[in-house]
Ligand binder design. Structure first.
Ligand code: B12
Ligand code: SF4
Ligand code: SF4
Length: 399
């Protein structure tokens, strides 16, 4: 998942830079790094050369961008030249240490989808913010590497213009499955990735082969048909993009398929047969917080800005902001058939945010009797100034 505004939370920077000293043998430097990675909480660590990623990934990125599949994640296009190859980001890099932390859930992550009175938060966001968890571990490993090698080292997690999945495959952490995420034989689809680039030469590992075979479970389960072809994703159709990254109104065709997913989606990951080898995450900070897996929709609909920030402090949900999460909760409410949510929805018809008002209109239309909806429309439409909200009142967007 990406950050919402495209800026790096942790701008890539040198962890340490020391004059070259008596360098340890390449092999022992690698052993040191792998040992430190384990001690820092990483479940997997392997090494690739920048060249190992090849040039095809850059071409695929350009194709993805040319077709507009990044939607309004404009930062992807803005950083494309650096993103398409790790040397574009840092020409001095000689080795890439790819690290993975398992966030494999206990139990069936899709179970909360069956309770329409609750909003489902995807597994990656049920615990503490993984950026914070990974970043401290990456810094620790990078510091050790910089001191031992006497070279410059840079750390990256998620937000830097680096294609972490193909680099993870090049290092042998796993392979990019048909759902486009990295799948590990040991950890299934549940690995967060981080990268350390260094000027030091470290012996590379072999890349991992594709083990998807004839399986198509992830492609078949997607509620919004977001895969134009195996190994390709149109982010504009993906519920993770729509509910987390997309700043605007969610197009009508996706509202029903979204169901009660209020933050991200796990369906394509959860059905992957390779998950059966994955033990639950050992990093306790990534374990689901009881209140964060499937909060009642009534609770989400009642959040104002301050309550939202308190409620989701320290989790990835906070970064998306109150308005978008309440927008999503309104879609879930509209899909719930739960009329007890109507008073909360009606209050949101007068919300300050047009994003929220628009989805309150849609949710009310799905739950209220036609006469009640018509009464609300006559009362509120004349004073509505926002064009998108007016369209919702016109009823054209109901699907
Ligand atoms: C942008 C982004 C998103 C976007 C777009 C996702 C995407 N698949 O591109 C959105 C918002 C949809 C998203 C969603 C999610 N994300 Co995200 N996201 C990213 C981010 C920041 C960049 C990914 C990227 O570069 N995409 C551009 C495309 C072009 O690259 P690609 O997916 O590698 O594309 C390859 C293939 O699709 C293929 N391909 C593409 N086009 C073509 C065309 C042809 C002809 C062929 C043959 C091949 C081909 O080749 C490409 C290169 O290898 C990364 C972090 C990072 N810096 O890498 C996290 C990251 C990928 N996300 C992650 C996660 C966890 C998620 C979610 C599971 C979160 C959730 N539960 O809601 C979902 C999963 C949805 C899914 N099925 O992908 C993790 C994945 C970890 C892993 N094990 O793979 C990452 C690595 C973050 C991290 N540091 O851990 N994410
Ligand atoms: S995360 Fe959900 S919506 Fe996105 S591709 Fe996977 S199954 Fe489809
Ligand atoms: S569900 Fe099947 S096709 Fe999809 S990534 Fe997993 S093994 Fe590959």
């Amino acid at each position: 998942m990406a950050i919402t505004d495209g800026r790096s939370i942790h701008a890539p920077r040198a962890i340490a830079s020391a004059p070259p000293t008596d360098k340890p043998m390449a092999e022992s430097l690698k052993e040191l790094v792998l040992k430190e990675a384990r001690a820092a909480g990483f479940d997997a660590a392997r090494v690739a050369t920048p060249a190992a990623a090849g040039t095809a990934i850059g071409e695929h990125l350009m194709q993805f961008l040319e077709e507009g599949r990044h939607g309004d994640m404009a930062w992807m296009a803005a950083t494309a030249e650096r993103r398409r190859h790790p040397l574009g980001l840092w020409p001095q890099a000689r080795s890439i240490v790819m690290l993975g932390v398992s966030y494999a859930p206990e139990g069936d992550p899709l179970a909360p989808l069956a309770d329409p009175a609750r909003g489902v938060i995807s597994c990656y966001a049920r615990g503490k913010d993984y950026h914070d968890v990974i970043r401290s571990g990456l810094k620790r490993v990078a510091r050790t590497l910089a001191e031992a090698s006497g070279t410059e080292v840079k750390v990256f997690v998620d937000t830097a213009p680096l294609m972490e999945k193909p680099l993870g495959q090049a290092a042998g952490l796993g392979w990019q499955g048909k759902h486009t995420n990295l799948v590990s034989r040991e950890f299934g689809s549940w690995l967060f990735l981080g990268a350390i680039l260094t000027e030091a030469e470290i012996e590379p590992d072999a890349p991992e082969d594709d083990h998807c075979g004839s399986c198509s479970a992830c492609l078949d389960v997607c509620p919004t048909q977001a895969f134009p072809a195996p190994y390709q994703l149109d982010a504009r159709r993906c519920i993770a993009y729509l509910t987390i990254e997309h700043k605007g109104h969610i197009p009508a065709e996706f509202r029903r398929p979204i169901g009660n997913r209020v933050f991200g989606c796990d369906d394509c990951l959860a059905v992957c047969p390779w998950n059966k080898f994955a033990a639950a995450a050992r990093e306790t900070r990534l374990h689901a917080l009881a209140a964060n897996s499937a909060p009642p929709l009534a609770e989400l609909l009642a959040l104002d800005d301050a309550a939202f920030r308190r409620r989701f402090a320290g989790t990835p949900v906070k970064r998306t902001g109150r308005d978008r999460v309440v927008r999503n909760a309104l879609i879930a409410a509209g899909n719930s058939q739960d009329k007890s949510l109507m008073p909360a929805i009606e209050r949101l018809l007068a919300d300050d945010s047009p994003l929220v008002r628009a989805m309150a209109v849609w949710a009310l239309r799905r739950l209220a009797e036609p006469e009640a909806w018509e009464r609300a429309r006559r009362r509120l439409l004349p004073s509505e100034s926002d064009a998108a909200v007016r369209t919702e009142w016109a009823g054209e967007a109901l699907s």
